[in-house]
Design a protein around this ligand. Structure first.
Ligand code: NAP
Length: 483
């Protein structure tokens, strides 16, 4: 069993109270015992981060990069163990958990590479013999709040850009799956990260949020999670000089155009909607199919979905694991009921067994109005709706007609259709002949409209959030009267 602890000021610390985390696929198995941190632990971590900042920001960039690269190597040595822990705790199928751990290592190396690229720039000054240049500087203490569904990749894609720029960090992973963050922080400690530079606080979000509101010199908060929690947090921090970045939910559409490769589209939708039981912000949840091929496509899609392997995440061929907990299972069942009440018809799935774990079958409904709640709101489970469309205008209107704006895809062979889709889909990520789920860490990532707020994550874009531009103006002292 994992014995998790907080990591504050360079020391692993216990708390008076603890909580247990069960395996969502085998309810009798306890996988972890974790600290139930409150406001006091969060405050202690914020103070430790503040104290560590002056020295970390002066640490040479190449030394900071070396620590990130070394942490990637340390993660590699325990890669399979990390993937298995994530599979057991977060219910993520092993295949995807391994990919996620690999991605965390790559992200550490990617941001380490910032140390070897040119940065800052010089511009002409209107003043004689004056040098006018810019330099990126760290902010100070930043707090990172992460969800349970990418337990190591999301902490890493926030932490690595924050650290390379010289910020110090307090990381709060979701209490449902802290194990990824725990391994990441252990790897950084082994890599020689000085004490206080990264602090890990495990426990529920509410007291952590309260500590942030009272923190001195908290310069930034990066949050990934639900719309409701994210917006509330932003409102509570509004009176502080703290910058906030929110990455939130999605209601992602996949358009199947009449000329599409139907098998390819069906495979991408089956994977995008149902791998990891649809528990991804970029999961496909609305399938918009050209009316001319609607019936033929439905048949192909149901065949693909029928072949998905639902099972224990630790089995090598499992593609659809359990939902994360009983609340998620009950919420998914309620969403299906709601869809049926609003006029939907089940094409496949609709129920699940929850005696051994929180399993729910891949589920597709048709016949719902696009304005129905199930076609508008995020389920965060293996449920998608399918709708016929007759024109690109209608498809785009449907793609854009939710409060979200994260990811959208179209399957087509027509370059004109593809280009119009890319231009007019109001989302942070628009794809042609690619699933809605899946991101590459070297490109900016994030939602528009209700799916995100603030600068994007990943790629070099992430540096915008974690750094400030400082302008340096230098004139030699002997320059007088403009000469
Ligand atoms: P969540 O319930 O909003 O929780 C996210 C994080 O916020 C957790 O660490 C949670 O801690 C913490 N939290 C809760 N209340 C808080 C408060 N008052 N102050 C500060 N922190 C607080 O979301 P989730 O269920 O973990 O994740 C699922 C959601 O994340 C979905 O909506 C999904 O679409 C979204 N998501 C978005 C992206 C993206 O990049 N756009 C990526 C992945 C997931 P506790 O849970 O421990 O209380």
């Amino acid at each position: 069993m994992i014995q998790g602890k907080n990591f504050i000021g360079g020391r692993w610390k216990e708390t008076p109270k603890t909580y247990q985390r069960e395996n969502p696929a085998r309810l009798e198995e306890v996988v972890g015992l974790y600290p139930l941190s409150g406001e006091a632990e969060a405050t202690e971590a914020l103070v430790a981060a503040r104290e560590a900042f002056p020295s970390w920001k002066r640490t040479p960039l190449l030394e900071r990069a070396h620590i990130l690269k070394e942490a990637a190597k340390r993660l590699a040595t325990r890669g399979d163990k990390v993937a298995r822990d994530i599979a057991r705790e977060a219910g993520k199928p092993l295949l995807e958990a391994r990919t996620e751990v690999r991605r965390a290592m790559d992200i550490l190396e990617y941001y380490a590479a910032y140390a070897y690229t040119p940065f800052g720039y010089r511009v002409a000054s209107a003043r004689p013999r004056t040098e006018l240049r810019t330099q990126r500087v760290p902010l100070g203490v930043v707090a990172l709040i992460t969800p349970w569904n990418f337990p190591i990749a999301i902490p890493t894609w926030k932490l690595a850009p924050a650290l390379i720029l010289g910020n110090t960090v307090v990381l709060k992973p979701a209490s449902l799956a802290p194990v990824g963050a725990l391994h990441l922080v252990q790897a950084l400690e082994e890599a020689g990260l000085p004490e206080g530079v990264v602090n890990l606080v495990i426990g529920p979000g509410t007291p952590f949020g309260r500590a942030l509101e009272k923190a001195e010199d908290l310069r930034a908060v990066s949050f990934t999670g639900s719309v409701e929690v994210g917006l509330r947090l932003k409102a509570r921090l509004a009176s502080l000089a703290t910058r906030v970045q929110l990455e939130l939910g999605g209601k992602n559409a996949y358009v199947v155009w009449k000329d599409a490769d139907l098998v390819l589209a069906a495979r991408q939708i089956a994977q995008g909607a149902f791998f990891y039981a649809g528990q991804k912000c970029t999961a496909t949840s609305r399938i918009l199919v050209h009316r001319e091929i609607y019936e033929a496509f439905k048949e192909t899609l149901l065949q693909e979905v029928g072949q998905l392997k639902v099972g224990d995440p630790l089995e090598e061929d499992t593609q659809v694991g359990p939902l994360i907990d009983s609340t998620a299972w009950e919420g998914t069942a309620r969403w299906v009921e709601r869809g049926l009440r609003d006029g939907g018809r089940l094409l496949i799935g609709g129920e699940g067994a929850r005696e051994k774990g929180y399993f729910f079958d891949p589920t597709i409904l048709e016949g719902l109005d696009l304005k129905a709640l199930l076609a508008q709101e995020e389920v965060f489970g293996p449920v998608a709706t399918v709708h016929p469309v007759t024109s690109l205008e209608q498809a785009l209107e449907a793609v854009n007609a939710t409060r979200y704006g994260l990811s959208a895809s179209i399957a087509t062979r027509d370059l004109g259709i593809a280009k119009r889709f890319l231009e007019e889909a109001e989302v942070g990520l628009a794809h042609v002949n690619q699933p809605t789920a899946g991101v590459e860490y070297q490109a900016p990532f994030g939602g528009s409209e209700g799916s995100g707020y603030g600068p994007k994550e990943q790629g070099w874009a992430a540096l915008e959030f974690y750094g400030d531009w400082k302008t340096l103006v230098i004139t030699p002292p002997e320059v007088r009267d403009g000469h």
